[in-house]
Write a protein of this length. Structure first.
Length: 402
């Protein structure tokens, strides 16, 4: 008997999960609020809330997931590997340096342009006969009983009603589905917005990623395809973003980067348009209720400081697919509430580790007290000198240890 699976939310997580399920011959309906653009031309995808100006540092594990989906060859032209990571603090003496060669791995991961990743995922979803994509449709009602989940949605003037054995809610940080189920969430506003853009520097990036903690906020500079292009993610205090956005502030922004980084990247020559993203941590109290499971940002939205959010979501999705394949092979119910609870329990350890790590990095480096700063820099030095720590941290960051 054909079992119905619905995914609500076609962001990067919903699209990736739909492809993972289809690869296992599990058919799925994917509902997305935004009307996707058509790609009749060779240009990159126009702006979409999920396929945006950002770049994503994909861990090695995430790259493996896309290799398994036979997508990596198409993604690769807009991705670039990271061979080295440098962590420093402005005005501090400590420095930690991680080298892929030393850790005996080909790279720490790949930085990919979201616009390209989104476009490739969407094109694959559209081609896949096991995925029914319904876009431009807003889910407005969700209820469930012992045997079915029912949703209602609006597509323009039209009302749609659908039922499923399993509903996967990948509808983002402010998840409608989470709220409709009455699932609470711990919300922590970091009082920061991330300023995101692409810059050009006079020195080639050499595939080095920098994380530099500065009084303005932790600044990440990652290599991009093209020797001199780098991705910038700079979380700054909420309310100060007007200082950095807009073409009239281009030079001011480049000067601030130069001052914060010194000449490690050479001269900051050009900047693209800057975009801002408010930053908060949102952790759902439960991820599985009855026949509904939360995925992606709907389950946990975290600070982008270490580029772990999407990687964590992909690992969740990968494990959920494993549970669903097992159910299917045993001809069991794909929406079995106990199976979904078992999935949630299996994911908690990895999720807690990543969430705690990212949150403590943000909080640990935001205090400018000189004593704390000294302790932090001693920590960075120790990290650089004590044998055995680096391989462990590197393998966590690459998503190889979960
Ligand atoms: C500045 C920044 C940089 C980042 N960098 C990295 C990085 O380098 N590495 C990394 O691993 N992670 C990174 N992340 C995290 C990553 O971006 C997120 O984890 C990821 O985008 C989550 O995707 P999602 O599909 O769960 O959510 P979303 O992208 O929010 O998608 C949710 C989708 O659901 C749809 N939707 C919502 N409500 C409804 C409804 N009622 N009906 C139908 N559809 C609905 C929305 O339209 C949307 O398309 C970064 C985050 C930020 C803010």
């Amino acid at each position: 008997m054909q079992q119905e699976v619905i995914i609500v939310g076609g962001g990067m997580v919903g699209l990736s999960l739909a492809l993972m399920l289809a690869k296992q011959n599990i058919a799925v309906k994917l509902l997305e609020a935004i009307k996707y653009p058509n790609y009749d031309d060779v240009n990159l995808a126009p702006y979409h809330s999920s396929f945006d100006a950002r770049n994503t540092a994909l861990s090695r594990r995430s790259v493996h997931i896309y290799q398994d989906l036979s997508l990596w060859e198409t993604l690769q032209p807009y991705a670039t590997p990271i061979y080295e990571v440098n962590i420093t603090e402005q005005g501090g003496f400590g420095k930690a340096r991680l080298l892929a060669q030393q850790e005996k791995v080909e790279s720490f991961g790949q930085v990919i342009e979201n616009a390209w990743l989104g476009r490739v995922l969407l094109t694959e979803v559209r081609k896949n006969p096991l995925i029914e994509l319904i876009d431009g449709v807003q889910v407005t009602h969700l209820s469930q009983d012992d045997s079915r989940v029912t949703i209602k949605a609006e597509q323009g003037e039209q009302a749609i009603a659908l039922q499923a054995n399993l509903l996967i809610a990948a509808d983002g940080r402010d998840s409608f589905c989470r709220q409709a189920l009455g699932i609470g969430a711990d919300v922590h506003d970091y009082d920061q917005v991330a300023i995101v853009t692409t810059v050009q520097t006079s020195k080639p990036h050499g595939h080095v990623g920098f994380e530099r903690f500065s009084p303005l906020g932790p600044l990440a500079l990652l290599p991009l395809p093209g020797e001199y292009r780098r991705s910038v993610v700079w979380p700054v205090k909420k309310g100060t973003e007007h200082e950095w956005l807009g073409s009239e502030n281009d030079q001011h922004f480049l000067d601030a980067l130069q001052q914060t980084y010194g000449d490690r990247a050479g001269k900051f020559e050009k900047t693209g348009q800057r975009f801002s993203y408010p930053l908060s941590q949102v952790l759902a109290h439960k991820q599985a209720v009855g026949r509904v499971v939360l995925m992606g940002n709907a389950a946990h939205t975290i600070h982008p400081v270490a580029g772990q959010g999407f990687n964590l979501c992909l690992r969740d999705a990968h494990v959920l697919v494993r549970y669903l394949v097992e159910q299917r092979d045993q001809q069991a119910d794909l929406g079995d509430p106990n199976m979904l609870l078992a999935y949630e329990a299996a994911r908690l350890k990895d999720q807690k580790r990543v969430i705690t790590f990212c949150d403590s990095v943000v909080k640990g480096f935001s205090n400018q007290n000189p004593l704390l700063k000294f302790a932090r820099n001693t920590g960075l030095l120790a990290f650089d000198l004590i044998p055995g720590i680096k391989p462990l941290v590197a393998s966590y960051a690459m998503g190889l240890k979960a």
